[in-house]
Design a protein. Sequence first.
Length: 418
Amino acid sequence: MMNKEKTILFVMPRLPFPASSGRKTSLYNYCKILSEELGYRLVVAAFLETDDNPDNKPDFIDRLVILPKANSLKKIFFILNYSLLLKKKPMQVSLYWSNEAKKIIDKLVEDEKPDFVIGDMIRTTEYIKDINTYRIADLDDRISLRYERQLEINAADINPYGAFLKSFPKIIQKIMLIKPLKLFVVKNEIHLLKKYEIEISKICDKTILVAQKEADKINEDLHDNKAISIPIGVDTQYFSYRTSKKNGNLIGFLGAMSVAHNEHAVRYFANDILPLILKEIADAQFLIIGGGASEDLQKLSSSHIKFTGKVDDVRDYMEKCKVFVCPMTFGSGIKTKNLEAMAMGVATVTTNIGAENIDAVSNHDWIIADDKTEFANAVIELLKNDHKRQLIGLNGCKYINENWTWNVAKTAFENLLS
């Protein structure tokens, strides 16, 4: 049994298990590294998302505390007061604020006397900023940049309220999504997020982002060197190279469909790119792996477009795909889905947004194409050319194994906490 002399309190907006999405996979592995490999007593305080089960807590979390969410009326008050009227806090903060949760976190600090406290994403950093210990803001990525890009690309479909919108009656939802109103809300949110990202980085002792480029931008804005990069990794034993079951012309995409940039990527591929592929390869199919697709999105279903819904093991579906696509037009940070597909040896085609912060070489480790015709042609060539597809898949797998394992994150955490 490891003698854990120092304690980390990690405050999260979701449970870090199971590793069923990009961010949850990161949190799962961060916790595992901090506890099992670096020897810290790990206390996790987290809110629950739909289908989260605290009973499945892994052994490397020494103590788990579930935080209470504010009710809908309080959330509405916090948003109207702090985000829209006073313009003090982004909606991302207001939606996750709970006075009861703050009391629980403060009591945890009093009882556990943590050596470090980490707040995951902007949603929880508000809870740690006044704690008298070494404070780390783990922002993941600059969400202000993600919203800004979404506004530029896809203003018509943007939803600044997220899943919270569904808690209102449908008539209220329609009012909240009236274009002038929602554009005011999202522009206000971008302004508040930019301001808050800098403010919380000034207050906390260190700020973590997954991408070095985004950490550099924070430091430039701060005129300081407080932001660092801790890159995400891939469990290369779990997402290992596979060659079997690639019989049909199956094109895969992986992600939570409730996330705006994933939904838009699926629509873009289905409406603008897939028809070009079908002209050359009539039996091509687009397989969307992951849950959360809305009824409206599922209307895309056809003999050429299939939704799997939430699955127990994404590898069982990924290994059937000859090509993996990530046709993102907005987003930020690092796209874990690309890393996982490449680790499995699935030849990958993505955009410059999808490739951002991953320095793999186009036409060697994967293919990068922004123009819809170039993107379609890249997929067509990989489906038709077995040799090139296999070579790109092998090169991508090798690249991930050499550059994107969790050992990189372990070293970064060692340096940070020392």
